[in-house]
Design a protein around this ligand. Structure first.
Ligand SMILES: NC(=O)c1ccc[n+]([C@@H]2O[C@H](COP(=O)([O-])OP(=O)(O)OC[C@H]3O[C@@H](n4cnc5c(N)ncnc54)[C@H](OP(=O)(O)O)[C@@H]3O)[C@@H](O)[C@H]2O)c1
Length: 455
């Protein structure tokens, strides 16, 4: 598996490397990427030194997957370029989170909404991830009506610059660069990200909008105050949640204890409750201080803490990658498929009239050229992935299609699927290949369903 980390020298990028190592993600080629400032520097991964490369070089390497944490503008510009060469992008920035064509995923909550055709997948904001992990099981049981959230967010959420500002202030020095307009050492700032005209900050509105999208409920009433605190270990959140249905506190505790990715730490008589120091370096979300709000019906107070760099960013992204791997959706890049780079360029240059349709024809031609005595399953999978990707592009642009184009695409896709299906069946002799066939049959059904909705 060829894996690129875009933003490898940053706070999230570094934790991403650590988590890939810890979880033994199967990497054959590691591609570290950062800004021009860092190109040529060395970063360590799996005990070896690797040279940081530019975004352009990484795109040329056509990774199977690229984990992005290099800020919104970098993602906006570079993620579609990676997707165009067949790479699946998991993006930590806010660039695509609210794009209706991009899934916003927290594995414990909505991983089932991912499709094999998703080439860009968004990781939610750190404070949203821990919030929804704690709330989703309760929403399922009691139906959330309203949320009042106050956050106490670690400086590490602002990146390397913020931690340097804190360290300089702690040592009584003038910071070289400031991430915040006020000192953060021995201070709290009710100010995370920029202010909007309505008086809310971007971080507060992310909590509102991203939570609604992940929970698939635009009617959720949510209000938030986000505060930056001089803490390193993780983000904390005080959550006041009103439900449509009443609850018994013991049942709430049981539901949370049985939920995936959550640890209930709630024993006030022993001073046991979640804290950033406990959550630091952990992948779980911690929940405690469970108590009924005595001033309102069907309302619960809770305190939720998680390591924002791990579950709030890197772990969540790696969990998504693991899911793609498990499903067999991480495609084989054309270079690994044995396709010469020059061939690829020539093929691309030939596409003059209607690029999407032309590309579908090319894929079909490639499938026909697979020698019948030697069926290369990864090659077929790669071609199927390309077809899925093209279909997703066609779906996005369907309003512009003429009747003739629709018919043409439909015919080519059906041909591709039938040929692939036949070849895959012929090639399934071992257990591993059977697993791959299972993936393919599902992907084929998905494509045919999607075709049905378009034509
Ligand atoms: N920190 C968190 O808790 C957290 C949580 C969730 C999501 N995120 C998101 O993750 C992203 C990164 O956050 P961070 O805290 O890791 O920031 P950071 O510590 O400031 O790191 C930024 C990284 O992006 C790279 N970069 C900047 N401009 C680039 C460009 N034009 N091309 C390629 N690489 C570029 C930097 O490379 P150089 O070293 O070469 O400058 C560095 O590796 C942000 O979008 C942030 O919103 C952060």
């Amino acid at each position: 598996m060829r894996v690129a980390i875009v933003g490898v020298t940053g706070m999230v990028g570094q934790v991403m490397c650590k988590i890939l190592e810890e979880r033994k993600f199967p990497i054959t080629t590691f591609i570290p990427v950062a800004s021009e400032r860092s190109v040529g520097k060395q970063v360590e991964f799996n005990g070896q030194q690797h040279t940081v490369v530019s975004i352009e070089d990484a795109i040329q390497a056509k990774p199977d997957i690229a984990l992005f944490s290099a800020g919104g503008s970098t993602s906006k510009e570079a993620a579609p370029k990676f997707a165009a060469v067949g790479t699946i992008v998991i993006d930590n920035s806010s660039a695509f989170r609210m794009d209706k064509n991009v899934p916003l995923i927290v594995p414990e909550v909505n991983i089932q909404t991912l499709k094999p055709s998703n080439k860009i997948i968004a990781n939610p904001n750190c404070s949203t991830i821990q919030l929804v992990v704690a709330l989703a099981p309760l929403h399922q049981a009691y139906q959330i009506d309203r949320l009042v959230i106050s956050t106490y967010q670690s400086m590490t959420g602002t990146g390397v610059k913020a931690v340097k500002q804190y360290q300089a202030e702690q040592e009584g020095k003038q910071p070289e660069q400031k991430a915040y307009p006020h000192p953060i050492f021995e201070n709290c700032l009710p100010h995370c990200d920029v202010f909007f005209e309505n008086g809310y900050t971007r971080e507060e509105l992310k909590l509102v909008n991203e939570t609604r999208k992940i929970m698939n409920n635009q009617d959720l009433r949510i209000t938030a105050t986000a505060v930056r605190v001089p803490v390193l270990g993780g983000h904390s959140e005080s959550i006041n949640v009103s439900f449509h249905n009443d609850f018994v506190i013991e049942d709430v505790r049981k539901i949370l204890e049985n939920a995936k990715g959550l640890i209930v730490l709630d024993n006030p008589s022993e001073n046991a409750y979640p804290m950033p120091q406990l959550a630091h370096h952990r992948d779980e979300v911690f929940v405690g201080r469970l108590r009924r709000d005595l001033s309102a019906a069907n309302t619960l107070n809770m305190w939720v803490v998680a390591d924002n760099l791990r579950k709030g960013a890197a772990t969540n992204a790696v969990q998504i990658a693991e899911y793609l791997l498990e499903k067999g959706w991480i495609g084989t890049s054309s270079t690994e498929m044995g396709m010469d780079q020059t061939d690829q360029v020539l093929i691309e240059e030939e596409i003059t009239t209607d690029p999407l349709i032309e590309q579908l024809h090319i894929i079909y031609g490639e499938i026909e050229n697979v020698p019948t005595h030697y069926v290369d399953i990864p090659l077929l999978e790669g071609l199927a992935n390309n077809a899925v990707y093209l279909l997703s592009k066609i779906l996005q642009e369907k309003e512009d299609l003429t009747r003739e184009q629709s018919k043409n695409i439909n015919n080519v896709l059906v041909d591709i699927l039938d040929t692939l299906s036949r070849e895959m069946e012929r090639a399934t002799s071992t257990l591993e290949e059977h697993t791959r066939l299972g993936w393919f049959v599902k992907a084929r059904k998905q494509i045919l369903d999607d075709i049905g909705t378009v034509f």
